[in-house]
Design a protein around this ligand. Structure first.
Ligand SMILES: [Fe+2]
Length: 294
């Protein structure tokens, strides 16, 4: 490495895909220019069959890639409904049966694309040493943990408190390199309006819909003297139910927060199909993000 030359990692952050992915996306990322791709989850729509087909197509990527499962990944439609609809909550536990098997199928379908959850990866994209701390999988946001039966069996997580403890232990495993958090839903603490970066837009009462365990882990990292360059997530679609737009990024306390969930990520612009992702540039000192429609 030349002294005085700042190394920079170029990371592609792909928001909630929800089946909007095709050969042109593969070709674009395989043309070069990216050191790492981070999928924030929700590859699938409402059926696992199509989600698995999409996951298999990601194997054609030549770029190193990671994917955290969202609340649409590894859940069948009834399970997803039970997690979301208040009246169906009593079926949550029963429909959660078999989720470990469904997640295993997703992992196999993804091939070399690294399916990650509650983990820490040490990487050096573009020559920049980074700790990637991966948050709670299948998050639906808010105060309640989704897929609790699965989280208990797979990770020993029984509560939001357990989840925060586990995430903090991952932070403690990091070395001196800066940290980048990858999660499905973003952290709490960034606004309680419907159009906040992770605010609740589907209830009458506006509130913070971010993940409290993730906020605690980020604070713990900072309090223990670590540099948290960025946190990337999605889940709360940028266009809210009332048609307002959330910010796609926010800076707070020296950390860049990116919500990459432009849904649908394929759109026609002047008759031409465009594809969304966020281009995240990371150096040892900081991170910047740019929305790209290609
Ligand atoms: Fe989601």
């Amino acid at each position: 490495m030349n002294a005085g030359v700042t190394q920079a990692a170029t990371i592609g952050v792909i928001g909630d895909v929800h089946l909007f992915w095709d050969e042109a996306d593969i070709a674009f990322f395989n043309r070069g220019g990216y050191d790492l791709l981070l999928f924030v989850g929700d590859l699938a729509g409402y059926t696992q069959v199509r989600g698995l087909r999409l996951a298999r197509s990601l194997r054609k990527l030549d770029v190193p890639a990671m994917c955290i499962p969202g609340n649409h990944d590894g859940l069948h439609a009834f399970q997803l409904g039970a997690e979301i609809a208040p009246r169906a909550h009593r079926f949550r536990d029963a429909f959660c049966r078999g989720q470990a098997r469904r997640c295993h199928s997703l992992d196999r379908a993804l091939g070399h694309v690294d399916m990650v959850a509650y983990s820490r990866r040490r990487v050096v994209p573009g020559g920049v040493p980074l700790n990637i701390v991966v948050g709670r999988p299948h998050s639906i946001g808010g105060r309640r943990l989704a897929c609790i039966r699965y989280l208990r069996g797979a990770f020993g997580v029984r509560s939001m408190e357990d989840s925060a403890v586990l995430l903090k232990s991952l932070v403690d495993q990091c070395d001196d390199a800066p940290i980048l958090f990858l999660a499905h839903n973003g952290p709490s603490g960034l606004g309680d309006r419907a159009s906040s970066i992770w605010g609740c837009d589907f209830r009458r009462k506006e509130e913070d819909w971010g993940d409290r365990d993730l906020e605690e882990a980020i604070r713990h990292a900072r309090d223990s003297g670590r540099r948290v360059l960025a946190t990337v997530a999605g889940h709360m679609h940028r266009r809210t139910k009332s048609g307002k737009l959330r910010p796609g990024q926010v800076q707070k306390d020296g950390t860049l927060y990116v919500n990459a969930a432009e849904v649908p990520r394929h759109r026609k612009v002047n008759g031409t199909k465009r594809r969304h992702h966020v281009r995240l540039t990371v150096t040892n000192d900081g991170a910047s993000a740019q929305d790209c429609w290609v």
